[in-house]
Design a protein around this ligand. Sequence first.
Ligand SMILES: [Zn+2]
Length: 160
Amino acid sequence: MKEPRFLTDGMLGKLTRWLRMLGQDVEYTTAMADETLILEAKKTSRILLTRDIQLFQRAMTRGAEALLIEGMDEAENLADLATRFRFRLQINLKTSRCSKCNTQIRSVRKDRIIDRIPEKTSTYYNEFWECPNCKQVYWQGAHWKRIEKTLRDARKALKK
Ligand SMILES: [Zn+2]
């Protein structure tokens, strides 16, 4: 199966960040007319993800690939998408994309980014990743527990 690529509308900022961290290729758009979104999805062969039922139906009648996002929370949405597109609900930073700009992140030496992270972080952590495009730095810090919890919930939702 070809790797799916997605286009998300302005309501799905959070889901977009999750999918990118999971390594999915997601283009995020804000303040775009339905018509523009549908054309963009078709032109770039991306699957349009939206919570907007009217936009979803319009996209379908216009021959764009689209999926209506209906879950109650991120875990449910991620479980639905992982089932449908067969990707793992596990973050591997080697394949993650920047949650801000969708560029593939890469491992970076601590001394290269030390001036861009809090001092405590540089004391406690040794593995860092960086977005070559927007220079955002990533590490598996204290916030990682929450990330893992959501993914565990998502994996539970899978089995239902
Ligand atoms: Zn970036």
